[in-house]
Design a protein around this ligand. Structure first.
Ligand code: PMP
Length: 408
């Protein structure tokens, strides 16, 4: 059984890939862009995902039957658009397993960056007093750092001094250091920003331990950009107060994302200002994407993508020239837990990562090679990141491994 304290025992990646092979084939066939250029392997799903036909159809259907503005007008197309946007917000809450949707709210945003900034500007800024402290994960994505710095700077201009304390990390693994975190938390700690799955290390960051370390009263804001759409999310088990994610990484259109917020540990979030016209097409695409993920089975997406990255991590650990970043405990086959999720970052010991990216693209392999928008306490040099989704094929990972082996 899976419990927070007893992570899922590792499944053999080969067994999972064999068991889910026909499921995967059906899934992959639903992504038209992958048929358009079969010679290319898209291995950058952590940056943004490809879109299934169901999402494309929903967008086309909406734009060709009922495109209008939302929250304005009383004719049928406008009413339908208003209902579709409201439905997308409800679906976000449902897809996150919100145990109490009456006491929470969902704001549709342009992505995770806007969602996190909304928490900072429209909620946190009003909660902080002189001398208060916020814990910030400076080795996570910059989108989960800048908003808290902006709040500090905004309040400093008003004479309110807020201290940003660094989230402690364990050396080498990329994990949070929960023991040091518990020591870091004090009477002035008002807010903790954390990440569900790290966008460079691929680790599940054990958020339940963040809650245990900071105690029951401090609000936690979770950046779930690399987990939503890749694994079933259960908010009741996570016990956090805000969840931000990118819709576009979860199969919806570019320019989509959402913030889920509840008022358990503070006043209600009140997004400020006149909201203007929402991204109606984006909302339609997000609804369709969340439906697709539910029907396709996010649990299988989770098992498939973890098995692919375990296969890749395992292969890399057998090649002498590569250093895999983060997640030492899940170096695939011999491991008893699978904490590495859908992505792997690595370096070649002699070839700069930028060059390696070009070499791999020459072989039709589209990976990300740079510093991945990691914060100032993150990696000092770039790496190659390979990231997967339900549509990623075993053959694509094997082609990548062959290309890497040739450079070993
Ligand atoms: N957080 C993480 C962990 C991410 O990987 C990303 C996207 N690279 C973001 C935040 C920013 O998301 P968005 O592009 O939706 O603003």
């Amino acid at each position: 059984m899976t419990t927070p304290e007893n992570p899922e025992a590792a499944e053999s990646p080969d067994d999972v890939l064999r068991e889910l092979a026909s499921w995967h084939e059906e899934v992959r066939a639903q992504f038209p862009i992958l048929r358009a250029e079969p010679g290319l392997a898209y291995l950058d799903s952590a940056a943004t995902s490809q879109k299934p036909q169901a999402v494309l159809d929903a967008v086309q259907g909406y734009l060709t039957t009922s495109n209008a503005n939302s929250g304005r007008g009383s004719y049928p197309w406008a009413n339908r658009t208003t209902a579709l946007v409201a439905q997308a917000r409800r679906q976000v809450a449902q897809s996150l397993g919100d145990p109490d949707p009456d006491r929470s709210q969902v704001v549709l945003t342009s992505g995770a960056t806007e969602a996190l900034r909304l928490v900072a500007r429209d909620w946190l800024a009003a909660q902080l007093a002189d001398g208060d402290e916020v814990i910030v994960p400076f080795a996570d994505h910059q989108a989960n750092i800048s908003p808290w710095q902006e709040v500090r700077d905004l309040l400093a201009r008003q004479g309110v001094r807020v201290v940003l304390r660094p989230m402690p990390y364990q050396r080498g693994s990329g994990d949070y250091d929960h023991v040091a975190l518990a020591e870091q938390v004090g009477a002035r700690t008002r807010f903790v920003a954390a990440t569900h799955v790290h966008h460079v290390y691929g680790n599940d960051m054990n958020v339940h331990r963040v809650r245990a370390a900071v105690g029951p009263h401090v609000p936690i804001c979770l950046d779930a950009s690399q987990s939503v759409g890749h694994q079933p999310i259960r908010l009741d088990a996570l016990d956090v107060d805000f969840v931000a994610f990118s819709g576009h990484k979860a199969l919806a259109l570019p320019g989509t994302g959402a913030l889920w917020a509840r008022q358990a540990r503070g006043p209600e979030l009140r997004p400020g200002g006149w909201s203007g016209t929402p991204n109606t097409v984006g909302a339609v695409s997000l609804s369709a994407a969340l439906d697709w993920l539910r029907d396709t089975d996010t649990g299988r997406v989770h098992r498939w993508t973890r098995a692919l990255t375990a296969r890749l991590t395992d292969a890399l650990s057998r090649l002498g020239s590569y250093q895999v970043l983060g997640c030492r405990t899940s170096l695939a086959a011999g491991s008893t837990v699978q904490r590495r999720q859908s992505l792997v970052s690595f370096r070649h010991r002699a070839i700069p990562s930028g060059d390696l990216g070009f070499i791999l693209f020459d072989r039709g392999l589209m990976v990300r090679s740079d510093q991945h928008c990691q914060g100032a306490s993150g990696e000092k040099t770039g790496s190659v990141r390979v990231s997967t989704h339900a549509y990623t094929a075993v053959e694509e990972i094997d082609r990548l491994v062959e290309a890497l082996r040739a450079l070993d």
